[in-house]
Design a protein around this ligand. Sequence first.
Ligand code: SF4
Length: 95
Amino acid sequence: MKEKKDKMPSFLDKVSSVIKDTKRWIFHGAQSVTKEEFMRRARICNECPHFIHKSNTCGICGCWMEVKAKWKTSECPKRKWGNEADSKFYKSEKN
Ligand code: SF4
């Protein structure tokens, strides 16, 4: 069976995504995550089937993960990490 490839976001989709993420990041104080949290996010992306290793980008949103994973306000489009995913992650850690 052939592996289904992601439909790469268009250039305009990428620009729109970057503008939206940058505005939200600046509006919330331009904060970065800790090095440990960045490494956790990077590990999740590295194991994700949507991650494009050659360009270090996400195949869903087209973002460059070296930057996106450092921003506190960033979220994975598949909810694998980020504000909502992390709250679930931390809840499951407590249980
Ligand atoms: S941001 Fe999410 S969907 Fe994109 S590569 Fe990382 S884990 Fe996968």
